[in-house]
Design a protein around this ligand. Structure first.
Ligand code: AMP
Length: 282
């Protein structure tokens, strides 16, 4: 039988619970915005393999949404999330309120550079990485985990958080976890709920094109030609493409040749009300 995880909502309760958990060993944190799916749960399973104790944070972070984005509509399924985490034996759920995280007078931001200004997500969501870096820094200082698990699904975010932890000496090892997909290749995302049945049938195109392009580049085809053709294929199925790019997998800098280092293809595209992102290693 699994014990229901403790849900804490105040700093004092968090401090008390963490002091108790740390007595029995290392702690891994899995930051989420809730609406949990199997992708999030895979991060939790990885956390359990890395650390003795697992903390999951659930916080829909207003600071990483622009005013026109979906903060108000973002799916919130807290009771279901707690039940799913109980099955996995999570020790603690940290569920702060927006007022706790950003009380009146809050005036400090972490503004990341490097991978955060690579001209990918940042170009289309200029608020995003400052919002993410600020909340992740707060979560890391609140929870002081030994490990933190982030998904490769949000590849640019993973790179930003890895750098942040190192640059600010946050003493947490940030670990990336592979993307969990539906059987047809679509990366699991809380935002897939926004897709109509017809859009849902189209959505796997993203992964299909990423895979085909990665294979062609690995076979020696011209990167520019493969990317241009892939973009056209994605657009032909009804997506509005924000970016589709080949980048250096570590720095996210533009990369002209497969000889110049490990490569990642990254895409973001809108389909109806949903904006989907995905990426793949070459
Ligand atoms: P979110 O709740 O969407 O902010 O995501 C919380 C964490 O789950 C982030 O580290 C994401 O990268 C990760 N994540 C989201 N979707 C997936 C997926 N399909 N596979 C693996 N990790 C994921």
């Amino acid at each position: 039988m699994t014990a229901r995880p403790q849900v804490v909502r105040t700093m004092a309760a968090l401090d008390r619970s963490l002091a108790r958990l740390r007595k029995s060993g290392t702690v891994a944190l899995v930051p989420t915005m809730g609406a949990l799916h199997s992708g999030h749960l895979a991060l939790v399973k990885l956390a359990r393999r890395r650390a003795r104790r697992v903390v999951v944070s659930i916080f829909v972070n207003p600071a990483q949404f622009a005013p026109h984005e979906d903060f108000g509509n973002y799916p919130r399924t807290f009771a279901h999330d707690v039940a799913a985490l109980a099955v996995l034996g999570v020790d603690l759920i940290w569920a702060p309120s927006p007022e706790l995280m950003y009380p009146a007078g809050f005036a400090t931001q972490i503004v990341p550079a490097g991978a955060a200004i690579a001209g990918l997500e940042d170009k289309f969501r200029p608020h995003f990485f400052t919002g993410v870096a600020t909340v992740v820094t707060k979560l890391f200082t609140q929870c002081r985990p030994n490990f933190a698990i982030f998904g490769e699904k949000d590849f640019q975010q993973l790179k930003v958080v890895m750098r942040l932890a190192q640059d600010l000496n946050l003493r947490v090892k940030v670990i990336g976890a592979p993307t969990v997909r539906e059987r047809d290749g679509l990366a699991l995302s809380s935002r897939n709920l926004y897709l109509s049945p017809q859009e849902r049938a189209t959505a796997p195109t993203l992964h299909r094109v990423l895979s085909a392009c990665a294979a062609k580049i690995a076979d020696g085809a011209s990167i520019a030609a493969v990317i241009a053709e892939g973009r056209k294929t994605i657009e032909a199925t009804g997506f509005d493409v924000d970016y589709f790019e080949a980048r250096h997998a570590e720095t996210l800098a533009p990369i002209a040749s497969a000889k110049d280092g490990p490569m990642r293809l990254l895409v973001a595209a809108k389909l109806g009300k949903a904006r989907l992102i995905d990426n793949i290693a070459v």
